[in-house]
Design a binder for this molecule. Structure first.
Ligand SMILES: Cc1cc2nc3c(=O)[nH]c(=O)nc-3n(C[C@H](O)[C@H](O)[C@H](O)COP(=O)(O)OP(=O)(O)OC[C@H]3O[C@@H](n4cnc5c(N)ncnc54)[C@H](O)[C@@H]3O)c2cc1C
Ligand SMILES: *[C@@H]1O[C@H](CO)[C@@H](O)[C@H](O)[C@H]1NC(C)=O
Length: 418
């Protein structure tokens, strides 16, 4: 087939869903364009470790522009889609070009812009908290940790200030928040004692959540196990905690008043992106607002009919009548499904999700796994580490990561080496 006969596929978003599609769709059949403000794909399960210096942050993402990925790329936000005339509208993701508009016609559009973090309208969060959504965020955590450690170890810093600088507050007791807490305790209890002897015992980590328990996707027994484990590592678990105000160095909670912090990490639930709010499609009406599709992942119009040549998946979408979690697992399984069916040109089977185990690391080579067979402890840690390995699809990165773990084991974390 000549190249000008190829069908034009526009992929909105370069996350788990968009990247998997761009990689998997047949470039001899489709002329693909990925439109996303980010020109790399963040391997989200690796971000917590990267942020705490277990390995180089660069290992936790994969560039979109690479030789074996045959998609074109445009650094822009999609702002609207005209489903009737099959045009995607976008705005360049550059401040100096923010008034420019781009129109990209398509034969098929695949919508996967993910979600943003919900700040629940708490004042100051946007400005002062760090979200752990991509590699840039992980780098911010890392450099803040570095700065705060150095600042705390200066002779002019009084002890109360040292303790505040080294107090990390994590808001959100979901898997992301808990893994951050776990990685931080590993870092604080492990290598730092030897390198900053004067800061020993002055570091602390607290996890705040509005819910009465942490790790809501897991069952009760595992929640309690994780809570006990983290508490034994001296992580303060503050459930039923309502944050009302955030400043550059304090949070205010309804229960405990003003609390000082050195680093604030915000890892609460998901919120719909403006694009998802604005698109004229059928949407879920309870909880997180998501674009609804049929079980072939075709987008549904507000009246429930199929919109031709439009597909949606990932955190931004859900199948009508079902309710799948916002996880990479689901995003990847849906992307694999679309790849298979778009490459062959037929949709014979509906999409069916295969439940896999849920894994969360709780620190010091321990963790919890929910799902098929619930278990905890060292086995869970191994499975989490090998799970990390599984998430990493490129061989180059797998080798680099093994090397990083080895160096970590021999010589301490990278964070203190750079
Ligand atoms: C720290 C962390 C750890 C996690 N760990 C796990 C785990 O262990 N296991 C698991 O299953 N899940 C995990 N998740 C969840 C998982 O990352 C998400 O479910 C997954 O990223 C969803 O994929 P997605 O492609 O829908 O969205 P994303 O991966 O969020 O990608 C969305 C993409 O769309 C782009 N975009 C945004 N707005 C626009 C726009 N207007 N136009 C164009 N592009 C746009 C974004 O820049 C991004 O590239 C984790 C998430 C986080 C944050
Ligand atoms: C938040 O705290 C700051 C600093 O104490 C204060 O100026 C501001 O009024 C507070 N905002 C709210 C909504 O409480």
């Amino acid at each position: 087939m000549a190249s000008n006969e190829k069908e034009k596929v526009v992929i909105v978003g370069s996350g788990w869903a968009g990247y998997t599609l761009a990689y998997g769709l047949d470039h001899r059949k489709y002329d693909m364009t990925v439109i996303s403000p980010e020109n790399s794909f963040a391997v989200t399960p690796l971000l917590a470790s990267a942020a705490c210096g277990l390995f180089d942050c660069r290992l936790a993402h994969e560039p979109i522009r690479r030789k074996d990925l045959h998609a074109k790329y445009m650094k822009a936000y999609v702002t609207d889609i005209d489903f009737k005339n099959q045009i995607v509208f976008c705005r360049p993701a550059f401040e100096q070009l923010k008034n420019e508009r781009l129109e990209v016609p398509y034969d098929k559009v695949i919508i996967a812009p993910g979600c943003t973090t919900n700040t629940f309208g708490v004042p100051g969060v946007e400005k002062h908290a760090i979200f752990v959504k991509n590699v840039a965020d992980a780098n911010i955590v890392r450099s803040r940790l570095n700065d705060n450690l150095e600042m705390a170890s200066l002779p002019c810093t009084p002890e109360a200030k040292q303790r505040q600088l080294l107090h990390v507050v994590i808001v959100g007791g979901g898997p992301t928040g808990i893994e951050m807490a776990a990685e931080l305790t590993d870092l604080f209890d492990g290598d730092l004692g030897a390198l900053y002897p004067d800061l020993k015992g002055k570091t602390s980590v607290a996890v705040h959540d509005v819910a009465p328990q942490i790790l809501s996707p897991f069952d009760r027994r595992l929640q309690e196990y994780a809570t006990q484990t983290l508490r034994s590592h001296k992580v303060e678990i503050k459930v039923n905690s309502h944050i009302t105000n955030v400043t550059a160095d304090t949070i205010e909670t309804r229960e405990d008043g003003v609390i000082g912090y050195g680093i604030l990490i915000w890892a609460t639930g998901n919120k719909a992106r403006p694009l998802v709010e604005d698109l004229k499609t059928l949407k879920s009406d309870h909880g997180l607002k998501r674009i609804l599709t049929n079980d072939n992942l075709q987008v549904l119009a507000p009246d429930g009919t199929v919109i031709p040549n439009a597909y949606a998946l990932g955190d931004a979408a859900d199948i009508e009548g079902g309710s799948l979690p916002t996880t990479a697992e689901v995003a990847v399984q849906k992307a694999d499904y679309l790849v298979k069916h778009l490459n062959s040109g037929t949709f014979t089977r509906p999409f069916k999700y295969q439940q896999r185990a849920l894994v969360t690391y709780t620190g010091r080579r321990d963790g919890v796994i929910g799902g098929k067979h619930d278990y905890t402890g060292y086995g869970a840690w191994l499975s989490w580490r090998s799970g990390n390995f599984f998430w990493t699809r490129s061989w180059r990165r797998r080798i680099l990561m093994c090397f990083a773990w080895l160096m970590d084991w021999i010589d301490g974390r990278e964070i203190i080496r750079n």
